[in-house]
Design a protein around this ligand. Structure first.
Ligand SMILES: [Zn+2]
Length: 208
C-alpha cells in the first residue's frame, strides 16, 4: 500500500506534516491555522476524512497554532505528552486527549507512530517516525543539535522530513539578539549531553 507524505509547511512560521495511506493518515504537528491546513491539503488532493489524529511534538506556537480548532472541528484525537499539554495551554476536549510519554509506539489509523525524545528547549520535545507496513518516514524538526537518539532513528527511516537550518556563520553574523543566539547554539544540550551541531548528520545523509 502506497504512503502519501507531505510537508504542509516547515519553519518558524508553522510546521505541519501529513503522512498516510488509503486507509488512514496522521498529522504531525498543526502549527498553521485550521483553515490554512485545510487549504493546503485541498491543493494537494489530501482529504481530512482520512486523518485519524494529530501528534504534537512540543508546545511551541509554530507547532500547535491550529491544534485546538482542528481537533474541535473534526473531532480529532490529539496525542501529546502531559508536560507539552500543560505548557501549551491547549483547551482541548478531554475526551480527545491521548497522553503518551517517553519513547513509545502508538497505533493511529493503522499507522505505527514511534515517538522518542529530542534535544530542544521545550518542556518534553519529541521526534516522530510514522510507519506503514515496512516503510518508515521520520519527522525530525527543530534539529539544531543532534543527539544519539536522532542518529539511531534517522538510520532506520526510508524518508525523513528534516528541519535543520543551523549554520554557525549565519548565526554569528545574523541580527538575532545575543540571548537568542545563545539559545540556538546550546539550548537543548542540557537535556541530551551527547548533542552535537546538526551538520554532524550530513555524513549520514550522504551514506543514505
Ligand atoms: Zn520549537
Amino acid at each position: 500500500m502506497s504512503l502519501s507524505i507531505a510537508s504542509l509547511n516547515s519553519g518558524s512560521n508553522g510546521n505541519c506534516y501529513y503522512v498516510g495511506n488509503d486507509e488512514g493518515a496522521v498529522l504531525v504537528d498543526a502549527g498553521l491555522s485550521c483553515k490554512e491546513i485545510e487549504s493546503r491539503m485541498g491543493r494537494l488532493g489530501l482529504s481530512m476524512s482520512l486523518v485519524r489524529g494529530v501528534v504534537v511534538t512540543h508546545e511551541h506556537d509554530d507547532h500547535i497554532r491550529g491544534v485546538t480548532v482542528l481537533s474541535k472541528r473534526y473531532r480529532l484525537p490529539v496525542w501529546i505528552t502531559a508536560p507539552t499539554l500543560e505548557h501549551g495551554r491547549l483547551s482541548l476536549d478531554k475526551q480527545l486527549v491521548r497522553i503518551f510519554s517517553g519513547p513509545q509506539t502508538i497505533e493511529i489509523g493503522g499507522l505505527q507512530i514511534t515517538t522518542f525524545p529530542k534535544s530542544h528547549d521545550a518542556a518534553d520535545p519529541c521526534s516522530v517516525i510514522v510507519a506503514s507496513a515496512s516503510v518508515r518516514v521520520g519527522i525530525f524538526t527543530d534539529i539544531g543539535l543532534v543527539c544519539d537518539n536522532v542518529i539511531r532513528h534517522f538510520m532506520q527511516c526510508h524518508a525523513v522530513f528534516l528541519e535543520s537550518n543551523y549554520d554557525e556563520n549565519m548565526l554569528e553574523q545574523g541580527r538575532y539578539p545575543y540571548p537568542l543566539k545563545r539559545r540556538i547554539r546550546g539550548g537543548g544540550r542540557a537535556t541530551c549531553p551527547t548533542a552535537r551541531p546538526s551538520n554532524y548528520l550530513w555524513p549520514t545523509v550522504r551514506r543514505f
